[in-house]
Design a binder for this molecule. Structure first.
Ligand code: NAP
Length: 251
């Protein structure tokens, strides 16, 4: 058969913030296709436990404690992966946080931390990984934006960070295309994870009702779109954003 995902077998995939949630779901799906998985998370125990769980699928895994907002930690992690496995084929910039609040009460720390992790973290990991990918003249980078990039009240910090991720993706996709590196983004809608579990129940119900497919997305729904973008099936796709949201157009 012509279009299998054979290119993903033994591909080295780094997924940031993959101890749980969407990141863990992405790791599981890539493992199903035989990729070598790098689990990185801010929490060492979570990263280790998830890497051990993924390894049970019969693939090789590595785990790192790595705060994406700290360039030195990112650089050390990327250097170690390259030394151990000799290449990095795919980077998924998944790590992200929310620190919601109405703007009139939003503290500078609330603004800065969300930008540091969601946007600067995406820059940090991409910057370190591109140094490895450029030598191989190939690679796929997938950034996680959000439906909130369109502007969501109470999330000025988060919306700004995720809109920034889209601009970053489009600029870098064009810049790195001649080097054989593709850069795309996924904009998830409402996905059932710890991040959405902390939304007050009444608001969560309203959001769920607004989804045309009448169900929350699952981490696997995001993972499948990322798998496509990382694979040879998407070989002519770069600098694009794909919405994965069950038909929801805004929050
Ligand atoms: P989650 O369940 O909160 O998981 C986020 C993961 O990132 C956790 O494992 C967390 O570790 C880790 N993390 C937090 N800060 C980090 C840092 N500085 N460095 C490295 N890892 C860090 O969230 P999620 O729902 O899976 O979200 C994953 C991505 O999808 C995020 O970028 C989010 O903005 C985006 N997204 C989610 C939704 C949704 O509906 N869930 C919608 C749109 C976009 P700890 O658990 O140890 O804190």
């Amino acid at each position: 058969m012509k279009y299998q995902f054979e290119d993903l077998k033994d591909a080295v995939v780094i997924i940031t913030g993959s101890g749980r949630g969407i990141g863990k779901g992405i790791a599981e799906v890539f493992a199903d296709y035989g990729s070598k998985i790098v689990i990185t998370d801010i929490d060492a125990d979570t990263a280790k436990a998830t890497a051990a769980e993924i390894a049970q699928k019969g693939v090789e895994t590595l785990s790192y404690i790595c705060d994406v907002s700290k360039y030195d930690q990112v650089e050390a992690m990327v250097a170690d992966v390259a030394a151990k496995w000799g290449k990095i084929d795919i980077l998924v910039n998944n790590a992200g946080i929310t620190m919601d609040g109405m703007f009139l009460r939003m503290k500078p720390e609330q603004w800065q931390k969300v930008i540091d992790i969601n946007l600067t973290g995406t820059y940090n990991c991409t910057s370190a990984v591109v140094q490895v990918m450029r030598k191989a003249k190939k690679g796929a980078i997938i950034n996680i934006s959000s439906i909130a990039a369109g502007g969501n009240p109470g999330q000025a910090n988060y919306s700004a960070s995720k809109a920034g991720v889209i601009g970053f993706t489009k600029a870098l996709g064009k810049e790195l295309a001649p080097m054989g590196i593709r850069v795309n983004a996924i904009a998830p809608g409402f996905i059932q994870t710890a991040m959405t579990d902390k939304i007050p129940e009444k608001l969560r119900e309203q959001m769920l009702q607004a989804i045309p497919m009448k169900r929350p997305g699952q981490p696997e729904d995001i993972a499948k779109a990322i798998l496509f973008l990382a694979s040879g099936l998407a070989s002519y796709i770069t600098a694009q954003v794909i919405d994965v949201n069950g038909g929801l157009s805004s929050l």
